[in-house]
Ligand binder design. Structure first.
Ligand code: NDP
Length: 253
């Protein structure tokens, strides 16, 4: 059997750390040619160097997903380098402060919504246009368990991740007949820079969340990447518009 993502051209946003970097490594191992995008060029260059050393085909593009022209450029890099775009993992996102709603600043709301919602919106449009030009593709947006249920003191993040679920369903519905599948993953707590920041500033938070998670632990980033890889593959052709919790059972509680 072929590798899961054999020869597919896949754009990954937020690939300079955490889940996105793990996705770049895993998708490459599974045969994909990857275009890795984020703002920190040094991280992207190091990642592409590492992937190429392992024999993978990879290229990076500096991209701030809040800037529509950057998202267009990221897709253009994929198409000009590899001739097409087969898949996209819209993963870039930020956590924002953990603050009660009535104390949360407008600045936090703005940056969280801009990055986590407008960023996905900005990426979806050129990705879909590129996929329509070649007869289809698959997109996975990174929502969160916070896109399905509330978690405390993160109202802007919760609103943004619910909006990602809405965008996922809308896009899945609109482009189903044109061969584009759009799904989302909803990770539970996962080891990354976001959670290092949240856990660092909120002692006991990791233990509290793990206590609410049937598996009783924090996920490793590659466990989320593995679910995204499957959703981007040809192994689930009838699967679109779904939001897949990857959460150790958290939302069943
Ligand atoms: P990290 O902070 O490690 O990764 C976030 C990535 O997003 C970085 O590569 C960062 O790169 C990128 N990013 C942030 N802002 C922008 C921007 N404006 N333009 C382009 N890239 C941007 O955290 P995670 O790996 O955890 O986060 C990845 C996704 O997973 C996020 O959407 C997050 O909400 C989601 N998620 C994470 C969970 C967790 O527990 N870790 C749980 C549920 C969902 P750079 O700074 O270089 O631009």
């Amino acid at each position: 059997m072929n590798d899961l993502l054999d020869n597919k051209v896949i754009l990954i946003t937020g690939a300079s750390s955490g889940i996105g970097a793990a996705a770049a490594r895993l998708f490459s191992q599974e045969g994909a040619r990857v275009v890795v995008a984020a703002r920190r060029e040094d991280r992207l260059a190091a990642l592409v160097g590492e992937l190429k050393e392992k024999g993978a085909d990879a290229v990076y593009v500096v991209c701030d997903v809040t800037v529509a022209a950057d998202a267009v450029r990221a897709v253009d890099v994929a198409v000009s380098t590899y001739g097409r775009l087969d898949g996209a993992f819209n993963n870039a996102g930020i956590g924002g402060d953990r603050t009660p709603l009535h104390l949360m600043g407008d600045d936090v709301y703005d940056v969280v919504m801009d990055t986590n919602v407008r960023g996905v919106w900005n990426c979806l449009r050129p990705e879909i246009a590129a996929m329509l030009a070649t007869g289809g593709g698959a997109i996975v947006n990174n929502s969160s368990v916070g896109g399905l249920v509330a978690i405390p003191a993160a109202s802007a993040y919760i609103a943004a991740k619910h909006a990602v679920v809405g965008l996922t369903r809308a896009a899945a519905d609109e482009y189903a007949k044109q061969g584009i599948r759009v799904n989302a993953v909803a990770p539970g707590t996962t080891r990354s820079e976001i959670t290092a920041d949240w856990f660092g500033r909120n002692p006991g938070l990791e233990e509290m969340v793990n206590g609410l998670t049937p598996q009783g632990r924090t996920a490793e980033p590659q466990e989320i990447a593995a679910a995204a890889a499957w959703l981007l593959s040809d192994r689930c052709p009838f699967l679109t518009g779904t939001v897949l919790p990857v959460d150790g059972g958290f939302i069943n509680q």
